[in-house]
Design a protein around this ligand. Structure first.
Ligand SMILES: Nc1c(NC[C@H](O)[C@H](O)[C@H](O)CO)[nH]c(=O)[nH]c1=O
Ligand SMILES: CC(=O)[C@@H](O)COP(=O)(O)O
Length: 159
């Protein structure tokens, strides 16, 4: 059963993000979905105190390129957390499996290699409707959930 709503959070339980710098790398594949994920993430960061000038957005062609895009952003920008935004939708072939597994493992590896948390904001859905439901639809917006995760991990990183 899917999460009923990905966008509900209690601000009282979330650190203020005013001193944090965030990178957001966004896949252009399925941009109707990823644009909404980005907007949800940005709005949630701002709602919790982040400054607009401390949110850096880069675009990459597809979800598989999120790995290199996040790596490059981590290596060249002074950041407290990075959010990788993508949407992979099952097609006719096994390509979906390889893209999803590759991105998952690649982002996991970034979290091991670098002392900058990279948040996995990649919707891996069977249908476009599932993606629509999770990017501002009936199940909320995964971008909001991932922005909150980014703030919490940026705070944890300070210990
Ligand atoms: N089918 C989807 C893709 N495929 C493209 C790959 O992500 C990658 O850009 C290509 O294999 C070249 O390296 N990407 C998505 O983000 N979503 C899809 O549904
Ligand atoms: C996840 C994909 O790469 C997929 O959309 C490609 O579609 P197909 O498997 O029909 O080639």
């Amino acid at each position: 059963m899917a999460t009923t709503n990905l966008s509900i959070y209690d601000k009282a339980t979330i650190p203020n993000a005013k001193n944090f710098r965030f990178g957001i790398v966004v896949s252009e594949w399925n941009s109707e979905i990823t644009d909404n994920l980005f907007l949800g993430a940005k709005e949630a960061l701002l709602d919790n105190g982040a400054l607009s000038e401390n949110i850096i957005k880069w675009d990459v062609p597809g979800s598989f390129e999120l790995i290199y895009g996040c790596k490059k952003m981590i290596e060249t920008q002074k950041l407290d957390a990075v959010i990788a935004i993508g949407n992979v939708i099952q097609g006719e072939t096994k390509h979906f499996d390889f893209v999803c597994e590759g991105v998952t493992q690649g982002i996991k590896d970034l979290n091991i290699k670098y002392d900058i948390p990279t948040i996995f904001c990649v919707l891996t859905d069977n249908t476009k409707q599932q993606s629509l439901d999770r990017s501002g639809g009936k199940h909320g917006n995964k971008g909001v959930e991932c922005a909150i995760a980014a703030i919490k991990m940026a705070a944890l990183r300070q210990f």
